[in-house]
Design a protein around this ligand. Structure first.
Ligand code: PBG
Length: 329
């Protein structure tokens, strides 16, 4: 018996590269950077080996390290010097992200994407201002994020980032109407050429644990299930994404990445916009933890993870592996 089809013919060295359908490129990766207004030296993030919070004065050197690996874009997250109920340091002209963005865009060629959200800036840790009405009456369990009042604040944050020089703004709060509100605010302020990378389908995921240590943004009570998506839902992601497209989103992000590759694929197939995927902190931490025990080869699983995310349909990937993987390309 001889098989008529022999796919192995194309798997020989010298041929497999020629027929590879997907490839990783440093220019497709975005490296998250944490800038901490309360720090006067770099502080390692224990649950995210190799990552640290850097003081504002170190933002430029930190971004230069990223650029040296070939990665050209960074996603900035800020830890403010103080927090309040509204998160007012999020739109302050001298806020941590505004200062870091000004310095980075003045002194480097990096593409700066800023996270537009309130959870790192509010003293309660939720992604907007609060109102009662989540369900159980009385007490904290009844509080939830007030949708429309939060929209005005997101507009102010995005505008302040654009004024500081941000190349792209990335709203991550899953507030209904956030993309439209931000587009309107940006346009009214003369920033019509600043694109919006929307966290269009962001799930209420347990994979964000290490990030919440890194950015000090864990909710003080409750969780985010009244605004982030239910992991059970795939069809709903199409609706969420469609709404963001209608409101003017330029790039559509799915988050997390690996447990949601079906959603990445759906968004890529259904919409004619670039698709981003966020390979989140928990996806990073679990590979490190297994590699530490000698159970997995870190470099190999990191590269395979990112390749799989691209194969599923992502055009760009926000990932804590960006520098490590780019260095090896
Ligand atoms: C803030 C935000 C979060 C992440 C990115 N932006 C945390 C959250 O929603 O709790 C998570 C990123 C990660 O886990 O790597 N809205």
């Amino acid at each position: 018996m001889h098989p008529t089809e022999r796919p192995r013919r194309l798997r020989r060295d010298g041929l497999r590269e020629l027929v590879a359908e997907t490839a990783l490129d440093a220019s497709d990766m975005v490296a998250p950077v944490f800038v901490d207004a309360t720090a006067d030296e770099r502080v390692p993030i224990e649950s995210m080996p190799g990552h640290e919070r850097v003081p504002i004065a170190e933002a430029v050197p930190r971004v230069e390290e990223v650029l040296e690996t070939g990665v050209e874009a960074v996603m900035l997250f800020g830890i403010p010097e103080s927090k309040d109920a509204e998160g007012s340091r999020a739109w302050a002209e001298d806020g941590v992200i505004q200062r870091a963005t000004r310095a980075i865009t003045r002194e480097t060629d990096a593409t700066v994407i800023t996270d537009v959200c309130l959870c790192e800036y509010t003293d309660h840790g939720h992604c907007g201002v609060l109102e009662s009405g989540a369900g159980e009456p009385d007490g904290e369990a009844d509080l939830t994020v007030a949708n429309d009042p939060t929209l005005d604040l997101l507009g102010k944050i995005a505008t302040s980032h654009a004024e500081a020089g941000a190349d792209v703004v990335a709203p991550s709060g899953m507030i209904d109407g956030m993309v439209g509100a931000i587009r309107e605010a940006l346009d009214a302020d003369g920033h019509d050429s600043v694109p919006i990378l929307s966290y269009a389908a962001k799930y209420e995921s347990a994979f964000y644990g290490p990030f919440r240590d890194a950015a000090d943004g864990a909710p003080a009570f409750g969780d985010r299930r009244h605004y982030q998506m239910d992991p059970a839902n795939g069809e709903e992601a199409e609706r969420e994404v469609r709404l963001d497209v209608e409101q003017g989103a330029d790039i559509l992000m799915v988050k997390p990445a690996l447990p949601y590759l079906d959603v990445v694929r759906r968004v890529d197939e259904e919409f004619d916009r670039p698709v981003a995927a966020y390979n989140v902190s928990g996806e990073y931490a679990m590979l490190h933890a297994a590699a530490d025990r000698g159970w997995l080869d870190l470099e190999d699983v990191a590269a395979e993870s990112l390749l799989s995310i691209k194969r599923a349909g992502a055009d760009l990937i926000v990932t804590y592996f960006a520098e490590d993987v780019a260095r090896r390309l």
